[in-house]
Design a protein around this ligand. Structure first.
Ligand code: FAD
Length: 356
């Protein structure tokens, strides 16, 4: 397959919310499926990160889901698992808009060609494009902080958490101050003894989530990205909202937060000389942006992040990052898809006006 080279105008990497939104707008602006653009997705079925989430995550406990452009998600059964509802909705969307998603295709490296185009090498062939929309999300890069010591019990990252059943009757430490920690606590709290630890005092936003509040939070994430700093989640600046999961955890009385432990021991965790034996540790410590395949382009700043202006990589106008930083939410991903396509039309010329 390495020998096949497909030439297109635009390659989108990733078929989650951000990639599908970008694909929708590429079509709408006149890029031809397959000949003009493709979406390369590493997964073998539709759904993006949603297909990999815990079966215990129900639509009622999802943090808030925004529709794809021009396609309302029918009112879901609140008890239905998000990992089934959202992938089903994405699959129907891909089919209805005849989006050229090619899968499974894992992109390994993007490099610059001497003729000014981009070479996108994958485990299933090579594409050459004039512009790239990166929509690879964060799910494939779970972040685990390092703490000294060794724990002999069960440890897992939130990405591998599959519901509370296997923890019944145990004492479990849940690490992290974000929405995923709250989800885990709201589930484990009913069957296990939980110990919640966070690095800093969690910020709880009790008031209504107004558009002004949302915009201010997004602006703070944007500011970091503009400076080329590592991206933070939107929740890290909004604080925890009064979600269904939060209310549930509150009702279970599992939100007594303790400061972060300073080391792991064979049978538990320890603060100074105080050791607490535990059966398991769930690290709900977040994710990083999946951009490893972009490394050959040298876009990363000294601060560790890729500096973007809107969605465009500041160092390379051919590259857009959607679902990145301020646009890493279902609503942000939607807007970013449209913004990226508008700029790509300016860069490449309007396909509707090009003579064949
Ligand atoms: P994804 O859905 O992750 O899609 C990325 C796609 O890219 C995947 O299909 C993957 O296979 C593919 N891919 C990755 N690497 C490669 C590669 N090298 N080559 C080819 N394909 C590749 N937002 C909300 O609005 N509501 C929520 O409740 C919510 N909960 C969240 C919970 C967690 C734990 C996290 C991490 C995020 C959550 N978000 C939530 C924010 C989330 O970022 C967005 O909602 C959105 O779903 C992300 O879409 P995406 O398209 O950017 O990424």
């Amino acid at each position: 397959a390495e020998s096949t080279v497909h030439e297109v105008d635009v390659v989108v990497i990733g078929a989650g919310q951000a990639g599908l939104s970008a694909a929708y707008h590429l079509r709408r602006r006149g890029f031809e499926p397959y000949r003009g653009f493709v979406v390369l997705d590493a997964d073998s079925a539709p759904g993006g990160a949603w297909a990999h989430r815990s079966p215990s995550l129900r639509m009622a406990t999802v943090h808030g889901f925004h529709d794809l452009p021009d396609a309302e998600l029918p009112e879901p059964d609140p008890d239905a698992p998000a990992r089934e509802v959202v992938p089903g909705y994405f699959a129907a969307y891909e089919a209805r808009h005849a989006l050229p998603v090619v899968r499974p295709v894992r992109v390994r490296a993007v490099t610059s060609l001497p003729d000014g185009r981009l070479r996108i090498a994958s485990d299933a062939g090579t594409w050459v494009a004039r512009a790239l929309i990166n929509a690879t999300g964060t799910w494939t890069r779970p972040f685990l902080p390092h703490y000294p010591g060794h724990f002999a019990g069960r440890q897992l990252h939130y990405a591998d958490y599959r519901g509370p059943e296997s923890f019944a009757g145990q004492r479990v430490v849940v690490v992290g101050g974000g929405a995923s920690a709250i989800q885990v606590l709201s589930e484990l709290g009913a069957v296990a003894e939980t110990v919640w630890v966070t690095r800093s005092e969690p910020v709880v936003h009790e008031g209504p989530f107004t558009p002004e509040f949302g915009r201010a939070a997004v602006a703070r994430v944007e500011e970091r990205v503009r400076l080329g700093l590592p991206v933070r989640s939107v929740v890290s600046v909004t604080g925890l909202g009064p979600s269904v999961a939060y209310r549930r955890a509150q009702a279970l009385g599992v939100l007594q937060r303790r400061p972060m432990f300073d080391r792991l021991t064979e049978h538990g965790v320890a603060w100074d000389d105080r050791e607490l034996p535990v059966d398991a540790i769930v690290w709900a410590t977040g994710f990083r942006a999946e951009t490893t395949h972009l490394a050959p382009l040298g876009l990363r700043e000294a601060g560790g992040g890729i500096r973007v202006e809107g969605t465009r990589a500041a160092a390379d106008p051919r590259i857009h990052l959607v679902g990145y930083g301020p646009s890493a939410s279902t609503i942000g991903a939607n807007r970013a898809g449209r913004a990226a396509v508008n700029e790509i039309v300016k860069l490449l010329g309007d396909p509707a006006e090009r003579t064949v």
